[in-house]
Design a binder for this molecule. Structure first.
Ligand SMILES: [Zn+2]
Length: 343
């Protein structure tokens, strides 16, 4: 059984300066998608706020104090990251939703959970807000899973941007595998193939930088030859997904060309691995996605893939000739050769 966790509509007040891509319509899109699934019998629950202890596994004390101080105020934390008076409270719910999702899946009450949250989290660093992100929701969720007994957690981040904050949260930790596919070079600048983790965590950061313009077949190659083989060898106890939808062809910020069907296919690939490794335990957490139609359709497709019986991924075909996927796989081979066998 799947469950969607959703915010109250107070989210609409989060970080919405005029002209900013984070407009309130985004929350409405999430409400519409959640409403459709509710009608189809999917369970939807309101999230609890994250506790200080849960946040402090990822963020430092001074940073938590700084963010708490934005409560009730409109502030600008970095060139892209604003708060409204309610952002702090909503960010606590976004992190809390992810922790709750992990609780449910690790407690075996649910097999797959989608935390439908804003603000996103994967750019947030231990001590710094960045790229619309205040708390690193997925890192907080993964740290919670570890604290409650998961030996190995894998995070797959297919948001079009590299998740610098998530990578840095675990780059010395061999128990949390971070795999990111992203447009490169691009914001935030990190995520080169040679970034593979450090110390005991070496090899447990897997970056697949992909040239702008990649299509469905490119991502199919990257999933088939890097993402899935590495996950199978790692054998996680929990699989988490940073589900950003900004690699969609309609997205106004980035330059990838994925169709909606590719998001369903990526989810299906990951579900198959989760069935093999960890009794199907999957927690997906929303990240970016700036075209409202693409966001709605892709979210819907992901929930459909999580709900349906596990089946082989059906990758769409764009018919566009591109070597970007093959080039990305080749760029990973040398840095990862000591750690993983690629396809
Ligand atoms: Zn993004």
């Amino acid at each position: 059984m799947s469950v969607i966790l959703i915010h109250s509509d107070r989210f609409v007040e989060h970080q919405t300066p005029p002209g900013h891509p984070e407009r309130s319509e985004r929350a409405e899109v999430m409400d519409v998608v959640a409403g459709k699934w509710l009608k189809r019998g999917t369970e939807i629950v309101a999230p609890p706020a994250a506790t200080r202890e849960q946040l402090a596994r990822v963020h430092d004390t001074e940073y938590l104090r700084q963010i708490a101080e934005t409560n009730g105020r409109a502030t600008q934390l970095d060139p892209d990251t604003y708060t409204s008076p309610e952002s702090y409270e909503v960010a606590l719910l976004a992190a809390g939703a992810t922790v709750d999702a992990v609780e449910r899946v690790m407690g075996d009450s649910h097999r797959a959970v989608l935390a439908l949250v804003r603000p996103p989290g994967h750019h947030a660093e231990r001590h710094r807000a960045m790229g619309f992100c205040l708390f690193n929701n997925i890192a907080i969720g993964a740290a919670h899973a570890r604290a409650r007994g998961a030996r190995k957690v894998a995070i797959v981040d297919y948001d079009v941007h590299h998740g610098n904050g998530t990578q840095h949260s675990f780059d010395a930790d061999p128990h949390v595998l971070y795999i990111s596919t992203h447009q490169y070079p691009y914001y935030p600048g990190t995520g080169g193939a040679e970034e593979i983790g450090r110390g005991p965590g070496e090899g447990f950061t897997v970056n697949v930088p992909i040239e702008v313009g990649a299509v469905d077949e490119d991502y199919q190659a990257v999933f088939g030859q890097v993402v899935v083989p590495v996950l199978r060898q790692f054998e996680p106890d929990l699989l988490m997904i940073s589900a950003g939808f900004d690699a969609h062809e309609r997205d106004p910020l980035a330059g990838m060309r994925l169709t909606t069907g590719a998001f369903a296919a990526m989810t299906a690939e990951l579900r198959t691995v989760a069935e093999e490794c960890c009794r199907g335990r999957i927690v997906a957490v929303t990240e970016g996605g700036y075209d409202l139609h693409a966001l709605a359709a892709s979210l819907y497709a992901v929930v459909e893939s999580l709900n349906a019986p596990s089946a082989p991924a059906q990758w769409p075909t764009s018919g566009i000739a591109s070597t970007r996927g093959r080039d990305a796989v080749e760029a990973c081979r040398h840095p990862l050769a000591r750690f993983w066998t690629l396809g």
